[in-house]
Design a protein around this ligand. Structure first.
Ligand SMILES: Cc1ncc(C[n+]2csc(CCOP(=O)(O)OP(=O)(O)O)c2C)c(N)n1
Ligand SMILES: [Mg+2]
Length: 360
């Protein structure tokens, strides 16, 4: 028998443009981005890191509900989002709130999502997205549907979906990528491989050396990218988007990354399954540190600039949490009203009952 697995796996090398020192190691692949774009990407990453810190603090004060920390994953999340256009459609997982924010979700709505308030799930006009999915993998088949729809309608847009290394083991994942491949969906499937599914290490998740290679069985392009390198993530996503729109099919992107914090704020203790050494090793790869070094070497960034971003983030976060707190509490009648265009008779009666209770 000819040994094909090793041959295939050897082809999935990690794509990188910027190394840990902030040096370009792949000159030919450097994406065309203006100085303003580069600074904007940095601003977004710094802002998002602050938002993460503030969200963790707010959660500990009991002012937020569900929260899945994002620090460490900024390059994977924002590098890919920066490659999108406004017409594109995002189907995120629970950790992917930053992509929604930078694509147009107001911050107070992100906080309301955390609080489990329905207003946090209502996307503003111009933002094509569903709210973050909690069920692992469920958004992947939906994304295939949206991407196939774009193709059928001849629209110049892609559906991008995000899941984790754990999500890539779900049946929905294989169904989604296969179906999108078979029907030429305008899709980008991003797997943020942050090495763990809660406490389960990726090595126990699959016998495959890479998640990217799972594209092969679906007959689509797959690439593994340094998920701590924002230029590399941007470049591969931009390329995937162009190919999808040109009718060249979907792409599976595996980003190698790490979440610094706990899985969620609901009691996970990462010291039980990760070592200090492992944390240190990944922190050396930090996406913000290396991009800062790169921008400083081009004279595009300095401490003052960064402090301004941090102050602005803190102010806006303060105002947004206030706005979320001031949003009227959701009522049972609200939940009924947003669920149906026309209420079924049985619920009409219940609605009247609740409306009366709520009016007291
Ligand atoms: C269908 C389903 N099974 C189990 C869970 C419980 N669960 C929540 S997060 C998680 C791990 C997911 O890990 P991964 O896909 O790697 O994403 P990460 O949290 O690391 O970003 C599990 C098993 C769930 N939400 N949905
Ligand atoms: Mg994971």
């Amino acid at each position: 028998m000819k040994r094909t697995l090793e041959n295939i796996e050897n082809q999935f090398e990690t794509f990188q443009i910027l190394n840990e020192e902030g040096e370009i190691v792949n000159e030919d692949a450097v994406p065309e981005l203006s100085d303003d774009d580069l600074k904007e990407i940095m601003r977004r990453m710094v802002y998002t890191r602050i938002l993460d810190q503030r969200s963790i603090a707010l959660n500990r004060q009991g002012r937020l509900g569900f929260y899945a920390p994002t620090a460490g994953q900024e390059a994977s999340q924002l590098g890919s989002q920066y490659a999108l256009e406004q017409a594109d459609y995002i189907l995120p997982g629970y950790r992917d709130v930053p992509q929604l924010i930078w694509q147009g979700l107001p911050l107070y709505k992100a906080f309301l999502f955390s609080k489990g308030h329905y207003v946090g799930n209502q996307m503003p006009d111009g933002l094509n997205a569903v709210s973050p999915q909690i069920i692992i993998g469920a958004q992947i088949t939906q994304a295939a549907g949206v991407g196939i729809g774009f193709k059928k309608r001849g629209e110049e847009a892609v559906a991008i979906t995000y899941t984790g290394d754990g999500g890539a083991s779900q049946g929905d994942f294989y169904e989604g990528v296969n179906f999108a491949g078979a029907l030429g969906g305008q899709n980008i499937f991003v797997v943020q491989n942050n090495q763990f599914a809660i406490s389960v290490p990726v090595e126990k998740q699959s016998a495959a050396q890479t998640i990217a290679q799972k594209a092969v069985a679906a007959g689509i392009e797959g690439i593994q990218v340094d998920g701590m390198d924002v230029l590399a993530v941007y470049a591969v996503t931009k390329d995937a988007r162009e190919r999808a729109i040109n009718g060249e099919g979907p792409t599976l992107i595996e980003t190698l990354t790490y979440r610094y914090g706990p899985h969620t704020m609901a009691g996970d203790d990462p010291t039980r399954y990760r070592t200090e050494d492992m944390n240190d090793e990944w922190e050396k790869k930090d996406p913000i540190v290396r991009f800062r070094k790169y921008l400083e070497s081009k004279d595009l960034w300095n401490e003052d600039e960064e402090n301004k971003v941090i102050e602005k983030a803190k102010e806006e976060i303060k105002a947004a949490i206030k706005e979320a707190d001031n949003t009227p509490k959701q009522k049972v009648t609200d939940l009924m009203d947003i669920m149906y265009e026309e209420l079924p008779q049985s619920l009409k009666e219940q609605r009247e009952e609740y409306a009366e209770k709520e009016s007291k």
